[in-house]
Design a protein around this ligand. Structure first.
Ligand SMILES: C[S@@+](CC[C@H](N)C(=O)[O-])C[C@H]1O[C@@H](n2cnc3c(N)ncnc32)[C@H](O)[C@@H]1O
Length: 395
């Protein structure tokens, strides 16, 4: 492909990403994967270059652009080499017209930037939300120590801030390594690993991971429990939860799964009411802390979506709390940095549940925010997280 043709291809892909963002369709990753699958003649160098252009444009545009071309014009602004590729050549984009519309730049839509600022994120913190995400893995201590894994991996890996974390070059094809197939490690952001530490699970305990999804945190909890005790992973999403058993088998983690019906969670967890030593509540959220990985997610949010997430968070916090025994604990986690989804949820919960108190264990990273801890891409080099650990008082 000529360089100009790559730019036009990126514009076409961006049009699809924009349409999906407006209609709550597939993610940019999914769209790009499908797009390339349908064009197998596009070589690997071209693919890389097109992806680079698409993701630069997504990062550059704070709000949903009117078109792929307007988004690409935003990236071309101040980039003479890219501007020159709008040359009207065969398969290339048409020349730029005087006064042609260009997408607006910025970190996010204006209303969202205001809410991030009100949540204590300054310019640098906000800009870092769109940085390049590193690739972190967690050594599966059921099978190998972090040091031994590092020595065994055929790729460069540096220790990261969580105790069992290694940081690899972004884009490393880790899932094709034999060490992955052997279950010696899992791909997990160091921030997510630290959120798991906040629950301080011990071998022999009875633990519930209420919003387990495909089990990223479940596997981390299972390793910390050394496979002793009881570990139950739940979710209301069948496709996600159904990926867990295979992952757990590879990792050698002993876990039960339970698919819950929305609205009937408490009834379906009757055997666990007031019995758990520890409950992980990795609540559904707006994901503002993960824009490094899904930058177009910020085009999909509006105030109603945030309100919906807050309602879901209150719901899962209440369900999770009902499972905890007196003296037991829960950790509430969101990968969002909006106060409404983090500190405010905890304040609201404590205001109506006087039988609970905050009890955060010492952790290797993060800063206090409200009654919990916050990790940020700028401050900690991790995805953005808020989490808080609460203990149910013994009467
Ligand atoms: C942030 S994701 C979990 C990610 C997962 N813990 C991990 O580490 O990969 C939130 C999950 O909460 C689930 N969820 C939403 N409402 C729920 C409910 N009422 N009960 C249980 N799970 C729920 C969603 O289906 C989603 O999988």
């Amino acid at each position: 492909m000529t360089p100009s043709a790559r730019v036009q291809a990126a514009i076409d892909l961006l049009d699809a990403v924009i349409a999906a963002a407006k209609g709550q369709g597939a993610s940019a990753d999914r769209i790009a994967a499908d797009w390339f699958r349908a064009r197998r003649y596009v070589g690997s160098k071209d693919r890389r270059a097109i992806r680079e252009l698409v993701w630069s444009a997504i990062r550059a545009c704070g709000d949903v652009p009117v078109s792929g071309r307007a988004a690409m014009l935003r990236v071309a602004q101040g980039d003479a080499a890219l501007t020159a590729l709008f040359d009207g050549s065969n398969y290339g984009p048409a020349p730029i017209k005087a006064g042609e519309a260009m997408a607006t730049g910025g970190v996010a839509p204006g209303w969202l930037v205001e809410r991030l600022a009100a949540s204590g994120l300054d310019d640098q913190e906000r800009a870092a939300l769109l940085g390049r995400a590193p690739l972190d893995i967690r050594a599966n201590t059921l099978k190998i120590s972090c040091e031994d894994l590092r020595a065994r991996l055929p790729v460069e890996a540096e220790p990261a801030i969580a105790p069992h974390a290694l940081r690899l070059q972004s884009g490393t094809a880790v899932e094709s390594l034999p060490e992955f197939a052997e279950g010696l490690f899992e791909v997990q952001d160091a921030g997510s690993q630290i959120a798991c530490l906040a629950l301080s699970v011990q071998p022999g305990e009875a633990v519930v991971d209420l919003c387990a999804g495909a089990g990223g945190k479940t596997l981390s909890l299972g390793a910390a429990m050394e496979n002793r005790g009881e570990l139950l992973a739940c979710d209301i999403d069948r496709p996600r939860l159904s990926r867990l058993p295979e992952r757990a088998a590879r990792a050698g983690v002993l876990v039960q799964t339970r698919l819950l019906n929305p609205g009937r969670e408490i009834e379906m967890l009757a055997d666990w009411q007031g019995r758990a030593d520890a409950v992980m509540i990795d609540a559904p959220c707006s994901g503002t802390g993960t824009w490094r990985r899904n930058p177009e997610a910020r085009w999909r949010l509006d105030t109603k979506a945030i309100d919906r997430y807050c309602a879901m968070q209150a719901n899962v916090l209440g369900i999770g709390a009902s499972l905890v025994r007196p003296g037991g604990r829960l950790t509430y986690v969101v990968c969002s940095l909006l106060d409404a989804e983090g500190p405010d949820r905890i304040d609201t919960f404590l205001a109506v549940n006087p039988g609970w108190q905050v009890d955060m264990p010492p952790l290797p990273a993060g800063c206090p925010r409200g009654k919990g801890i916050r990790l940020t891409p700028f401050g900690d080099g991790t995805d953005g997280f808020f989490f808080a650990t609460l203990v149910r008082r013994v009467n």
